[in-house]
Design a protein around this ligand. Structure first.
Ligand SMILES: [Zn+2]
Length: 124
């Protein structure tokens, strides 16, 4: 699948950067007819896990994007690149983090640290 490039644009009204990317528009929306892709037992969530990190198939950012030229002088922006992951924080992934016990919270934070360290090693 060809990925369109993302841009960072300065939102002058909000005073913050926003990611503009067409990739997110292609992601499916959840409805009652489809099983939740993040529930245990789905194609990407099989096996025994307590915290699971997946590749984001509809990532807003890609690691290999290149600079883009913006046509408008009114838009303040720049190219954007990066990594997007999906971290499923428990097998009951609709449970809010404040409802998790200490043991599960430790697993979640250890996974975030592992993912961040892995991405830092990639970026150098
Ligand atoms: Zn689910």
């Amino acid at each position: 699948m060809v990925q369109a490039m993302a841009e960072l644009r300065w939102n002058i009204m909000l005073g913050e950067w926003v990611i503009v990317t067409p990739n997110r528009a292609t992601r499916p929306f959840q409805d009652e007819k489809r099983p939740c892709p993040f529930c245990p037992g789905q194609p990407e969530t099989k096996g025994d896990w307590e915290v699971l990190t997946l590749k984001n198939r509809y990532a807003a950012l890609q690691p290999d994007d290149h600079p883009v030229r913006l046509d408008s002088e009114l838009v303040i922006g720049t190219s954007a690149h990066g990594y997007c992951k999906v971290i499923i924080e428990s097998r009951e992934h609709d449970r809010q983090i404040e409802m998790m016990d200490r043991a599960q919270l430790e697993k979640v934070f250890r996974e975030y640290i592992r993912v961040f360290n892995d991405l830092e090693a990639k970026e150098g």
